[in-house]
Design a protein around this ligand. Structure first.
Ligand SMILES: [Zn+2]
Length: 667
C-alpha cells in the first residue's frame, strides 16, 4: 500500500429518522434499517478495496451476524425478501458510522460509491414495499392513478438520508494525532449540513414525520382532506390494518412501517409498549402455571386456554393485533408448549381490562364488535387475574396484576471520544472496537433479555436503547452499566443511563424525546473530577408532569440501586409504608437549604428525621422476621444515601421512584 488515509463515514440523520415512531415496531424498524444500510456501506468499502475486512477499524465485525448476513446476500445477489434474516441477524448491532484506513489513491471514489450503495439499497427496499402494496391495491382502491402514486414514491425515496464522510492523511507513527485531527475535520464537515434542492412537499403532511406529503393516488389527492381520508381508509383495509385510524404516511414512513413484514419477513411484530407493561404479570402467570397447572382448572376448564380462546374470538372483530413476538425471557419460561406458548404471544393490550371497555364504548372504524364476545373475553381475563392473586395469597407472596406502565432506557458511554483519542495505534483502536462489539452483541442482550423482562431495540458501539418492565428497570440498568464497565475495564470506561417510565398509551414519540433528555440530565451530574457515571429516571405522569430521580451509580463503593431495590421490597411486603418519605418531603420548609444556588437537604436534620419517620412507619415485627437488625440497617443505609445524594430534588426523586415501582406504576 502507498499513502493511506483515515476515513470517517456516517449515515444520518439518526434521531430524526429513528425516533419518528408511533409503534415500537417503527422504532425497531428505523434502527434496523440504519444498521442494515451501514453494513451495506461497510461491505462496499471492503469489497472495493480488495476484500479484506481489516480496512475497517470501527466497528469490529467479528461475530456481527447482521454484517455477515448483508455481506452474504450482496455476494450472492439475493435480496432480504427472498432470504429472510435469522433472529440473530435481525438485531441492529452495527452503529451508523464507520472508521476505515484506505489507500489514498482511491479513497474518495470508494467512499462516494459506498454512499451511492446506501441510497441504492434503500431505494430497493422502498421499491419492494411499493410493489407488495401494488399487489394488494389491485383494483381495490377507487380512482387509483398509478402515475400519481409512482411520482410520490420516486421523489420521496430517492435520497432521504444525509451521508457525511471525510478523509484525512494517516500517519501510522502518529496514529493518535491523525485520528484526533480526522475527528475534528469530521465534526466541521457535519456542521455544514448537506444542501439538497428539493421541491416543496405539497398538501397535508405525513402524520408520522410531519415533513412529506402523505401517499395518495389522485391528482392533488393530498390537497383535499376528504379525498385523502377516503384513500387512506381503503388503503388501511387492503393492507390488513397496518396503519391506525387517522394515519396518513409518506413513502419513507410507509417503508419504515412495512419493511419488517414486506422486506425482512419478520414473523411477528416487536413487543408493544403494553406487552412490556404487563410482562411482569405474564411472567408470574407462567411460573405459577408451570408449578401447578391444576391450580388453573375451573370446573374442568383450563383458565389460560379459555382466555386465549375468548380473546381470539374478539381479535378479528376488533381489527387488533393478536399474536406478537413475546419478550425473550417470557418466551423461554413458557417452554414452547400450549397453552403457555399461546398466552405469552398475546399482545399486552389483551391483558388490560380497559381494552375491552374501549372496544364497546368506541369501536374502531371498520370493526365489527359483538358486545357479548367482548364481555366474555373480559370475564375470562378477570378470572385469570383473580386466580393468580389467589395462588399468591395462598403461599403468602405478593401476586402481580397487569401493569399499565413500562420503562424505556437509553445508555450512552461517557466521554467515548476521549477514550478513542487515547488510542496510540490502530491496534489499540481495534481493541476498543472489539470490546464495544462484544458488549453490544452479548452483554447488553443478556442483561436486558435473559436476566430481565426486557427487549433490546438497538445496541451498537457505545450506545443502545431497550424497553424493560417497570419491576425490572432498576436491576436491568444497573446490570447494563456494570457489564459495560467490565467489558471496557481496560479503558476504565463508564456509562450514563437515562430512563423514562410511561403509560403504555402515551405517544411513543414523546417518550423517545423525553428519554434523550434524561440521558442529558444524567450527564450533567458531573462531580468535581468531571466523572459522569450516573443515571436519571423520569416518571411521566398521566397528568403531564415529570418527576426526575438522579444519582451517580456509586459513591466510594456505596451503591445506589441496591438500596432502592431494598426499599421496594420493604414496601411490597408491607414491612414499611411509603408514607415516611411523603412526610419527610412535606417537611421541606425545615429540611431544605440553599447553597450556591442549589437546593440541598440539611443533611444532619434530614438524617435524624428520616430515622424517626422510618421507625414510625415500619412494621417492626415483619422487619424482625427478615433479621434482628433489618430496621437499623435500613435506617443506616438511607442515612448514607442522604449523605451522598443531598440535592433535595434528586433525593426525593429517588424515593418517589422506589415507591412508584413498588406500587406497580400509576393507575
Ligand atoms: Zn413521513
Amino acid at each position: 500500500m502507498g499513502k493511506e488515509v483515515l476515513a470517517i463515514f456516517q449515515i444520518g440523520p439518526v434521531q430524526e429518522y429513528i425516533s419518528v415512531a408511533k409503534k415500537t415496531q417503527d422504532f425497531w424498524s428505523g434502527s434496523y434499517l440504519l444498521s442494515y444500510l451501514n453494513c451495506v456501506a461497510i461491505d462496499t468499502v471492503i469489497q472495493r478495496s480488495g476484500g479484506g475486512s481489516d480496512v475497517i477499524i470501527y466497528p469490529a465485525l467479528t461475530g456481527q451476524n447482521l454484517f455477515r448476513y448483508v455481506s452474504g446476500i450482496r455476494a450472492s445477489g439475493t435480496k432480504p425478501w427472498s432470504k429472510k434474516p435469522t433472529p440473530d441477524e435481525l438485531r441492529p448491532t452495527i452503529p451508523n458510522r464507520f472508521v476505515a484506513r484506505l489507500d489514498a489513491g482511491n479513497a474518495i471514489a470508494l467512499l462516494d460509491e459506498a454512499s451511492q450503495s446506501v441510497q441504492t439499497a434503500f431505494r430497493e427496499i422502498a421499491a419492494q414495499v411499493r410493489s407488495e402494496l401494488l399487489k394488494k391495491i389491485q383494483g381495490r382502491v377507487s380512482g387509483f392513478d398509478r402515475a400519481v402514486w409512482d411520482k410520490i414514491w420516486d421523489r420521496q425515496t430517492k435520497d432521504p438520508f444525509e451521508i457525511y464522510w471525510i478523509t484525512h492523511p494517516l500517519d501510522l507513527t502518529q496514529y493518535q494525532q491523525s485520528y484526533t485531527e480526522a475527528e475534528a475535520l469530521f465534526g466541521a464537515r457535519k456542521a455544514i449540513r448537506n444542501f439538497q434542492h428539493q421541491d416543496p412537499e405539497p398538501g397535508y403532511k405525513c402524520t408520522l414525520c410531519g415533513q412529506r406529503e402523505p401517499l395518495h393516488a389522485q391528482p392533488n389527492g393530498s390537497l383535499v382532506r376528504g379525498q385523502l381520508k377516503t384513500f387512506w381508509e381503503q388503503f388501511r383495509t387492503v393492507t390488513g390494518h397496518r396503519f391506525r385510524e387517522g394515519e396518513h404516511l409518506c413513502a419513507v414512513c410507509t417503508t419504515k412501517r412495512l419493511a419488517p413484514d414486506y422486506v425482512f419477513r419478520r414473523d411477528h411484530d416487536i413487543p408493544s409498549t403494553s406487552s412490556v407493561s404487563v410482562a411482569n404479570f405474564v411472567c408470574d402467570l407462567v411460573e405459577k402455571y408451570k408449578a401447578n397447572p391444576k391450580a388453573f382448572q375451573d370446573g374442568g376448564i383450563d383458565l389460560v386456554e379459555k382466555f386465549v380462546q375468548k380473546a381470539g374470538v374478539v381479535a378479528p372483530q376488533a381489527l387488533l393485533d393478536f399474536a406478537v413476538e413475546p419478550l425473550p425471557r417470557v418466551d423461554t419460561l413458557s417452554g414452547g408448549t400450549p397453552p403457555l406458548s399461546n398466552v405469552v404471544k398475546l399482545d399486552g393490550d389483551w391483558f388490560i381490562e380497559e381494552t375491552y371497555d374501549n372496544l364497546i364504548v368506541r369501536p374502531p372504524k371498520g370493526s365489527n364488535i359483538n358486545t357479548s364476545d367482548v364481555n366474555n373475553a373480559k370475564d375470562a381475563l378477570s378470572g385469570l387475574v383473580t386466580r393468580v392473586k389467589e395462588i399468591a395469597r395462598a403461599s403468602d407472596s405478593v401476586g402481580s396484576e397487569p401493569a399499565k406502565y413500562y420503562a424505556l432506557f437509553r445508555m450512552d458511554g461517557d466521554d467515548m471520544g476521549k477514550h478513542i483519542e487515547r488510542a496510540q495505534s490502530i491496534a489499540d483502536h481495534r481493541q476498543l472496537s472489539q470490546a464495544l462489539c462484544d458488549f453490544s452483541l452479548r452483554n447488553a442482550p443478556a442483561a436486558v433479555e435473559t436476566s430481565h423482562l426486557g427487549k433490546v431495540i438497538y445496541f451498537g458501539g457505545d450506545e443502545g436503547v431497550a424497553f424493560v418492565s417497570l419491576q425490572d428497570l432498576l436491576p436491568a440498568i444497573d446490570g447494563c452499566r456494570k457489564d459495560f464497565g467490565t467489558a471496557l475495564s481496560g479503558q476504565n470506561a463508564t456509562a450514563c443511563i437515562g430512563a423514562v417510565v410511561a403509560h403504555h398509551q402515551l405517544a411513543l414519540l414523546q417518550v423517545l424525546r423525553e428519554v434523550r433528555g434524561t440521558v442529558e440530565r444524567a450527564k450533567e451530574l458531573k462531580d468535581v473530577d468531571g466523572r459522569k457515571d450516573g443515571f436519571c429516571i423520569g416518571i411521566m405522569k398521566r397528568s403531564g408532569g415529570i418527576t426526575y430521580a438522579r444519582a451517580h451509580w456509586e459513591y466510594d463503593g456505596f451503591q445506589v440501586i441496591p438500596i432502592l431495590q431494598e426499599l421496594i421490597d420493604h414496601y411490597r411486603y408491607g414491612r414499611l409504608s411509603d408514607k415516611w418519605w411523603h412526610q419527610l418531603s412535606s417537611e421541606e420548609w425545615a429540611l431544605k437549604q440553599v447553597s450556591h444556588g442549589s437546593i440541598l437537604c440539611n443533611v444532619d436534620l434530614a438524617r435524624l428525621e428520616a430515622a424517626r419517620l422510618i421507625t414510625r412507619h415500619a412494621d417492626e415485627e415483619k422487619m424482625k422476621n427478615i433479621g434482628p437488625t433489618a430496621l437499623d440497617d435500613l435506617i443506616a443505609r438511607i442515612q448514607d444515601l442522604l449523605y451522598h445524594v443531598h440535592n433535595w430534588e434528586d433525593f426525593m426523586g429517588l424515593m418517589e421512584v422506589a415507591a412508584y415501582i413498588a406500587r406497580g406504576g400509576g393507575r
